[in-house]
Design a protein around this ligand. Sequence first.
Ligand code: KIV
Ligand code: ZN
Length: 515
Amino acid sequence: MSHRDDNRVRIFDTTLRDGEQSPGASMTLEEKLRIAEMLETMGVDIIEAGFAIASNGDFDCVNKIAKQVKNSTVCSLARAALGDIDRAAEAIKPAASGRIHTFIATSPLHMKVKLQMEPDAVIDAIHQSVSRARGYVDDVEWSAEDATRTDMDFLYRAVDTAIKAGATTINLPDTVGYTTPEEYGKMFSDVIENVANADQAIFSTHCHNDLGLAVANSLAGVMGGARQIECTINGIGERAGNAAMEEVVMALRTRADVMPFATNIVTTDILRASKLVSTVTGFSVQNNKAIVGANAFAHESGIHQDGMLKNAETYEIMTPESVGVTKTTLVMGKLSGRAAFADKLQELGYEVGDNAFQDCFKRFKELADRKKTIYDEDIIALVDDEVATASYRLQVISLNTHTSSDGTSVADLTMTIDGEERKTLVYGSGPMDAAFNGIKQLVDFSPKLVLFQVHAITQGTDAQAECTVRLEEEGRMVNGQGAHEDTVTAAARAYVAAANKLLVKRGKSPLAATG
Ligand code: KIV
Ligand code: ZN
């Protein structure tokens, strides 16, 4: 049976590689490990963990993910250069199942202008790179970068060479988001028909969203014979992004009548994965985004609401529960005890150690004292914040701000820096400015603030605020998040979270000369 007759579509997630190529989306090692854990839990077949040769940091991420993940294949990208492939092989060595993904451009434009290589030399490079990779692992993917603008006869030759050299997956990317569904589907069926050894490999889609067609093109690729889709959570990626995993998976599931293909994805984990990626990258999900947007299952008009009450199928093609949306529930109040809190964490899918549990419970009680109604979203924000910040070297202990109507504010800030308490009293134009000035003074740094975003986690004037801050220092970009019912405190926590990540990146002592 050729792979084309098999109806299983492998999900290859590249959130940690192509997704991270979105400007501003850089993630720390810890964040990548958390995302990799989520991807593994939700049943992703292949996790592209990074580009090992790109930097020591990238190598480390791929290597640590390879050590951590047991149930998904872990993959590193590599150009068609022997050094790249050796480094990728070294990075994925600890993986229970590892893949090397090597690529070279095949379109006339890329070969001439970018690579400055003759077509024959490209064929040679394909042979050499894939053979080298096969010397390390049995699972080798080869990609024809800019496949959709490649001359078809040359593409047949390139694919044939890659398969002969041992490639087990052939990826035909729409690198520039240029193709259309019909054209892309035909490209796969033509390649599969015209390359004699095509049945020895699984074909893969990789679509960029420059014309908003990435998901439609990926599905058309599957109809044309592809059995792997490369995608990212929330569709993040270079420029307009990649095909969104949640969309391709739910489209295949919901329209199995016309696309009879199955994936391994546990769809009820989709919303959690989306929230995790959006929190880590600071890329918020638009309200009307398919599957995971805040309004994806909201019904506003009277006619729709009436229909929904009579039968949800009138306006709902999939249930919110199938992608992990739980009804907004009033969870607990200040009388809820440890056992109820532990049950709630379990229901929300958290496994936290004893110390983290005690810290989360303490924060929950403090929040319950101040906030009348506590929803699942409040608990999720609180636990995510606590888990992410527990190991930070910089911590906000207390913050009091006073604002006057002339715009001047003063912040009274206490932080710990490597466990040592520091205090300051500083002015600013507005409470955020004063709080950020205080942090800059205590930490003795002055990064550029490139993004500041706030949203309310739930409804009501006592809702917790979730802030995202993006800082830049000497070309290094980091994101930080913080949640609190006081918006200024949430902003300060986000700023400090980002500052912690900068410290990790620059690797020098944060201690200011003054205390
Ligand atoms: O878009 C692209 O062509 C890529 C390749 C490296 C697979 O990301
Ligand atoms: Zn890409």
